[in-house]
Design a binder for this molecule. Structure first.
Ligand SMILES: Nc1ncnc2c1ncn2[C@@H]1O[C@H](COP(=O)(O)OP(=O)(O)OP(=O)(O)O)[C@@H](O)[C@H]1O
Length: 271
């Protein structure tokens, strides 16, 4: 088992001047009459991990799901304001919401492998689901190996690619879900409490993976676990009751937060 570099425990301040690849502006969203997000403006920097923390129900998952247009799949949901990816408003008329979802892979709290499919077919499932032409067998082999290697799972499954994904441990299933997201070549990876259902060893593997993936992608991770945010993220955003309280380099947010509410939360006085 490799260990995270010590520096990762509290990463150096991120380059705040780096371009925001993904950004929300005055984002308001909710379900029917229930307003969940009250005007969130937040940039996610390229090749960095941004953690979103905050008490239960403050809107972290809703924000994440607005970023890749999953939120508007819920009947009765609404979204106002804007979300831009590389400067393009992804809610603009004429934008293909499925293409947006493909460019922003998402991994949920509980591993969600397709239960009737093999490990190999799970990795390829995302490609087929988006109407792309079916890759040749050789191309598929290449895609599967590359995605599983990037998800740090290849060595554990290379000899049983055609066996059921349900034969994997929970942590392996979660890495398989990450591989499935990566197979689409996403620009952004959205992780919604990806280790909430995992044991400590599996959690560490996922954290190592997130730490590695930030070299290639824009990563956003929702987590309840402040130590996890401190270990894996470059920047951390603190949310409360549907509002962004502050966003800062992770080290700054955890050592010298600008807002008294952030300090109260990170010192365990509420939430
Ligand atoms: N499908 C839905 N329909 C109606 N309300 C919803 C729906 N999903 C979430 N909500 C409500 O939206 C609010 C924000 O939920 P959300 O899941 O975004 O918060 P969260 O900060 O991610 O919470 P947690 O940390 O507990 O996962 C909550 O009050 C929740 O009950």
């Amino acid at each position: 088992m490799r260990h995270l570099p010590t520096a990762a425990l509290l990463p150096a301040p991120a380059d705040e001047d780096a371009p925001a690849r993904l950004a929300t502006a005055d984002l308001r969203a909710g379900f029917g009459k229930a307003r969940v997000l009250h005007g969130v403006s937040l940039g996610f920097l390229d090749r960095q991990v941004t953690a979103i923390i905050g008490p239960s129900g403050c809107g972290k998952s809703t924000l994440l799901r607005c970023l890749n247009r999953m939120h508007d799949t819920v009947p009765g949901s609404f979204v106002q304001g804007s979300v831009t990816l590389d400067g393009q408003d992804i809610y603009r008329g004429g934008i293909d919401a499925n293409a947006v979802r493909r460019h922003m892979g998402m991994v949920l709290q509980r591993p969600t492998p397709f239960p009737t499919m093999s490990i190999r077919d799970n990795v390829l499932a995302g490609l087929r689901g988006h109407g792309q032409s079916k890759p040749s067998r050789g191309e598929a082999d290449t895609i599967v190996e590359a995605a599983l290697r990037r998800a740090a799972l290849w060595d554990e499954v290379k000899d049983r690619l055609r066996t059921s994904a349900l034969g994997l441990s929970g942590g392996q299933q979660q890495r398989l879900c990450i591989a499935r997201a990566l197979a689409n070549g996403p620009q952004v990876l959205l992780l919604d409490e990806p280790t909430a259902s995992l044991d400590p060893i599996s959690t560490q593997r996922i954290e190592e993976l997130v730490y590695e993936l930030r070299h290639e992608l824009t990563v956003v991770i929702v987590t309840h676990n402040m130590q996890q945010a401190a270990r894996v993220s470059d920047r951390t955003a603190f949310m409360l009751a549907g509002e962004l309280v502050e966003v800062a380099p992770t080290r700054t947010l955890f050592t010298t937060p600008a807002d008294a509410r952030t300090e109260a939360y990170i010192t365990g006085r509420f939430g």
